[in-house]
Write a protein that binds this ligand. Structure first.
Ligand SMILES: [Zn+2]
Length: 256
């Protein structure tokens, strides 16, 4: 029996030529999660796939999945948004590339969490409407780590358990994903980075605000630098590897 045709929203995460006329495409979808499929004749067909299977494009696809472990067959794709602004600006594109690298590391094939899809969708739309790219990366990563089960805990000191006080500076321990107050941080100085009170408040808001209100958050330069340092170290620790695209967004900055 032929497998039924399925339809879904999809964002292109990867696309490469396969033979002379086909393409292998990795999509991220709200319910199906990450799927890899083959678009037969994509390099020949003028109408079906042209200009659609580009990195970050938002599509509506029709596909069949003969069995769980096989490649999907992509039979049609409608372009919802090609994110033209994002492609024209290298800073916005680099920010999207960092976000993509984290999704490819943190989400396995067929693993689905629609929150991650809508967070990615939010981030790409934000970049495409020329929002400052670094706050978008910070907010995306903070919530992404939360959704995949590694929410940074910004509510209390991990050592003495005292709740966070609003006017105090803390250090973030990127080995444990928690804060240490000034007294307790003497025990763990090697694996911690400083966070000023304003940064902790901003990051807590970025974790808790509904998605449609995230653009209200205003990041100072210090808050951005501290946040990026935290997320970079924490991300490297979680995935046990370098984040290759990171240097493209911080090459003008001290953090590295
Ligand atoms: Zn403490």
């Amino acid at each position: 029996m032929a497998s039924p045709a399925l339809e879904t929203a999809a964002i292109v995460l990867d696309c490469r030529d396969h033979g002379e006329s086909d393409k292998i495409v990795t999509f991220f979808c709200p319910e199906a999660g990450r799927i890899t499929g083959i678009a037969k004749g994509a390099n020949r067909s003028k109408r079906r796939f042209v200009n659609k299977l580009e990195l970050f494009s938002s599509l509506h696809i029709t596909y069949t999945q003969p069995n769980q472990d096989s490649l999907a067959f992509i039979s049609a794709a409608d372009l919802m948004s090609g994110y033209v602004n994002l492609r024209k600006n290298v800073d916005l594109y680099n920010a999207a590339t960092v976000i993509r690298e984290f999704i490819l590391m943190g989400v396995r094939e067929k693993e689905c969490d629609s929150r991650v899809f809508y967070l990615l969708d939010w981030a790409l739309k934000s970049l495409n409407s020329n929002r400052p790219q670094l706050p978008v990366v910070v907010i995306f990563l903070l919530r992404f780590f939360d959704y995949i089960g590694y929410r940074p805990d910004l509510s209390s000191c991990h050592h003495c358990n005292h709740p966070v006080l609003t006017r105090q500076a803390y250090r973030f321990n990127y080995m444990t994903g928690g804060l240490l107050c000034e007294n307790c941080s003497v025990h763990d100085f090697q694996t911690t980075i400083p966070l000023s009170p304003g940064t902790i408040r901003l990051l807590a808001d970025a974790q808790n605000l509904p998605q449609e209100r995230l653009h209200r958050l205003q990041f100072s330069n210090i808050a951005l630098e501290e946040s990026l340092a935290l997320l970079h170290r924490y991300g490297r620790r979680l995935f046990q590897r370098d984040i290759h695209s990171w240097k493209t967004i911080v090459n003008q900055r001290a953090e590295g």
